[in-house]
Design a protein around this ligand. Structure first.
Ligand SMILES: *[C@@H]1O[C@H](CO)[C@@H](O)[C@H](O)[C@H]1NC(C)=O
Ligand SMILES: *[C@@H]1O[C@H](CO)[C@@H](O)[C@H](O)[C@H]1NC(C)=O
Ligand SMILES: *[C@@H]1O[C@H](CO)[C@@H](O)[C@H](O)[C@H]1NC(C)=O
Ligand SMILES: *[C@@H]1O[C@H](CO)[C@@H](O)[C@H](O)[C@H]1NC(C)=O
Length: 413
C-alpha cells in the first residue's frame, strides 16, 4: 500500500515535470511577447542605499547560529521586488499576473531561532561576488532559485543576457557594473542518463549512470567560483541504475530480478558523483559549493493529475509539518554527501555548504503557483512544486548570501 502510494507520487512528479518542460518551452514565447509590450519599471532602489563595503564584525554567536531552524514571522515590509520592477520573472511563476489575489504570502520572513537573518542586500552580494562566476546546477527548482536571485540583484544592476539556449537549459547573465556572472546549468540527475525507450517512445524512465557525471555541466567547472547544486524530483519515478556500465538496480521498476535500491540511494550516489567531479577537477579554482536540500511539493487532496492542488494562503506551523513524508530521507542523504565531499575537498581548499531549506519550505504550503500559472497550454494542472516570484523562494538567496558572508568573515577574522 505504502509502496503503491509512493509509486503513484513518482509518476505524478515525473509527469508533472514533463508537462512543465513542454509548457515552459511554449510559454517562453508568450513570456517574450508579454514582457516586451507591457512592462513598467519601478525600482525600489532606496531600499538598498546602504554601505557598499562589507560589514566585517566577527561575532561568534552570529557565525554559529543555525540559520535553518526557526519559524516564519510576519513582515510588513514585503518583498524586495515586484512583478513590475523585475522584468525577468518567468510567466509560469508570476502568480499575481495569473490572477492570484491574496498577497499575505508575501509578508512573512524567516526567523532563525537564535539569531536574525538579515534582509537580502544586493549591494553586499555584488560587492562580495564581484568578478566571480556562480552557477546553479540542477533541475527546474535550481532555475527557480536562479531566477529569484536575478530579480533580487537587478534592483541595483541590470543584468545582460549573454548566453541562452532555446529551452532555457543553459543560460548566462552578466551584471556589467560588478562583473558578476550568473549561470544555470540544467541537469536533471547531475549524472548522465538516457531515455528508457519502449516501442520507439520515451517512457519518462531513464537509464541512469550513477558514476558518470553529466559532462554538460562538469566541463564548465573550471570557470566557476561558486556552484549551487540542487536536484531531487526527477529521481522519484521508475529508473534503471548503472555503475561501471552494469545494471546494479532500479527505482520502482518492479522487476523480480532487479533490486529496487530506492530513491535515496540513487540520489545520494548522484550527488556523490557530482561532488567528486568538483573535487577531482584538474584545472579548477577553489570552488565553493552549496547543496540546496530537497524542496517539498505540496499537493493536497490528490496528486497533480488527480485533482491535487495547493490553494492555502497561510504558512503552516513547524508542529503541523508532516514528518512521515519521504522528503526527510532525501534531505538526509543529501546532507550526508555534503559531509563526505567536504572532507575530501579539504586538501585542495574546496568548501561545501548546505542550504537546508527542506523544513522551512515544508511550512510554506502557501508559496506555490497552484492554479496561478495556468493558461491554455498547461492542461489544468496545478503547480505545487515550484514557487511564486516574488515569494518564499527569495529566502533561499538570503540564506545563500548569509552563508557566503559568514565564510568571508571567518576568513578575514
Ligand atoms: C543614499 O545615501 C546618500 C549618502 O548617505 C544620501 O545622500 C542619499 O540621499 C541617499 N539616497 C536615498 C535615495 O536614500
Ligand atoms: C503584476 O501584478 C498585478 C497584480 O498585483 C497584475 O494586475 C499585473 O498584471 C502584473 N503585471 C505584470 C507585468 O506582471
Ligand atoms: C571580470 O572577471 C573575470 C573573472 O571572472 C576577470 O578575468 C576579468 O578580468 C574581469 N573583468 C573586468 C572588466 O574586471
Ligand atoms: C530479468 O529478467 C528478464 C526476463 O525474465 C530478462 O529479459 C532480463 O534480461 C533479466 N535482467 C537481468 C538483469 O538479469
Amino acid at each position: 500500500m505504502k509502496k503503491d502510494r509512493s509509486r503513484c507520487l513518482a509518476n505524478t512528479v515525473y509527469l508533472f515535470f514533463y508537462s512543465t518542460c513542454i509548457a515552459i518551452a511554449t510559454i517562453s514565447c508568450f513570456h517574450f511577447i508579454f514582457y516586451h509590450t507591457n512592462i513598467k519599471y519601478t525600482n525600489n532602489i532606496h531600499d538598498f542605499n546602504q554601505t557598499h563595503t562589507l560589514n566585517i564584525q566577527p561575532n561568534k554567536e552570529i557565525k554559529t547560529c543555525d540559520l535553518f531552524e526557526g519559524k516564519w514571522i510576519r513582515d510588513a515590509r514585503g518583498p524586495l521586488y515586484t512583478n513590475y520592477s523585475c522584468k525577468t520573472i518567468p510567466s509560469t511563476k508570476n502568480c499575481l499576473l495569473h490572477g492570484r489575489e491574496d498577497t499575505d504570502f508575501l509578508h512573512w520572513r524567516w526567523k532563525p531561532d537564535k539569531c536574525e537573518l538579515p534582509r537580502f542586500n544586493p549591494n553586499t552580494f555584488l560587492s562580495i561576488l564581484g568578478g566571480k562566476k556562480m552557477a546553479f546546477i540542477g533541475d527546474s527548482l535550481a532555475r527557480n532559485q536562479m531566477e529569484s536571485l536575478l530579480c533580487l540583484l537587478s534592483t541595483v544592476d541590470t543584468p545582460k543576457s549573454i548566453e541562452k539556449d532555446i529551452e532555457d537549459k543553459f543560460t548566462t547573465w552578466e551584471f556589467p557594473k560588478h562583473n558578476f556572472t550568473l549561470t544555470i546549468f540544467w541537469s536533471q540527475f547531475l549524472v548522465t542518463a538516457t531515455d528508457h525507450i519502449v516501442n520507439g517512445t520515451p517512457t519518462g524512465s531513464f537509464h541512469m549512470h550513477l558514476d558518470r557525471v553529466d559532462t554538460k555541466w562538469s566541463e564548465k567547472l573550471p570557470s566557476i567560483d561558486y556552484a549551487v547544486f540542487s536536484d531531487g524530483h526527477w529521481f522519484i519515478r521508475p529508473h534503471y541504475l548503472y555503475e561501471g556500465g552494469n545494471l546494479i538496480g532500479c527505482i520502482y521498476c518492479e522487476k523480480p530480478n532487479v533490486t529496487d535500491l530506492g530513491v535515496d540511494q540513487a540520489m545520494g550516489r548522484a550527488f556523490r558523483a557530482a561532488f567528486k567531479a568538483v573535487n577531482d577537477c584538474k584545472n579548477c579554482k577553489k570552488i565553493v559549493s552549496f547543496l540546496r536540500t530537497f524542496s517539498p511539493p505540496h499537493f493536497e487532496n490528490g496528486e497533480w493529475n488527480t485533482g491535487g492542488s495547493c490553494s492555502r494562503t497561510r504558512p503552516i506551523r513547524r508542529d503541523e509539518v508532516s514528518r512521515a513524508r519521504p522528503d526527510w530521507e532525501y534531505r538526509k542523504v543529501q546532507k550526508e554527501e555534503v559531509e563526505v565531499a567536504s572532507k575530501a575537498g579539504e586538501v585542495r581548499g574546496n568548501e561545501f555548504e548546505v542550504l537546508d531549506v527542506t523544513e522551512m519550505m515544508s511550512m510554506r504550503v502557501d508559496g506555490h503557483p497552484g492554479v496561478h500559472w495556468l493558461n491554455q497550454w498547461t492542461n489544468g494542472y496545478k503547480d505545487c512544486v515550484h514557487w511564486c516570484m516574488p515569494g518564499p523562494i527569495d529566502t533561499w538567496n538570503q540564506l545563500l548570501l548569509e552563508t557566503i558572508k559568514r565564510r568571508t568573515q571567518t576568513q578575514l577574522s
